[in-house]
Design a protein around this ligand. Structure first.
Ligand code: FEO
Length: 178
């Protein structure tokens, strides 16, 4: 039965597993961003709550893009089990530190998967991954810029209020205009 199933797909078991692991990682990122949105909302950071909600939606789209690829290739896409999602965060700044760490971990995960694809000579999946590798430039950039606001604006006085207002305005430009 197992061999018959593999006849339906050019994905190796190892690559299919890595793709499903990534599907889970994106679902966990989506859940984490939603938790961050809730924390920001509860603590009066309205703009950041909206920003994290949007990030959560994007992560779900990433998950679905991977899910569709595995299905389209005749593989077995697994709807991920996401449990134990964090509820509390220690500070406003801590939320953004964790968001950047999460994005860096996602980039590293895609790099490992690209490496795995090259080793397995799976250039179809390798090509599919290019969109995500490029997307991570933007994802990391925005998370890093958001965290930098804490240094630039400072946390004293109305600092948190100003940071909150600036967060959704961060834009990534993929062309260099000097
Ligand atoms: Fe799907 Fe923010 O990485």
């Amino acid at each position: 039965m197992k061999d018959l199933l593999r006849l339906r797909t050019s994905l190796t078991e190892d690559i299919e597993r890595a793709l499903n692991d990534q599907i889970k990682m994106e679902a966990e990122a989506s859940a984490m961003y939603l938790a961050m949105s809730s924390w920001c909302d509860r603590n009066g950071f309205d703009f950041s709550a909206g920003y994290f909600k949007k990030q959560s939606d994007e992560e779900r789209e990433h998950m679905l893009r991977l899910f569709k690829y595995v299905s389209d290739m005749g593989g077995r896409a697994v709807s991920p089990d996401v449990t134990g999602v964090q509820v509390e965060f220690e500070s406003f700044r801590g939320v953004f530190e964790q968001a950047l760490q999460q994005e860096i971990a996602v980039t590293q995960s895609f790099n490992r998967m690209a490496d795995k694809c090259q080793k397995a000579k799976d250039y179809v999946t390798f090509t599919f991954l290019q969109w995500f590798l490029k997307e991570q430039i933007e994802e990391e950039y925005i998370a890093r810029r958001a965290l930098e606001l804490f240094e630039i604006i400072g946390e004293e006085g109305t600092g948190h209020y100003e940071i909150d207002k600036r967060v959704p305005k961060i834009k990534y430009e993929d062309t260099y205009e000097g």
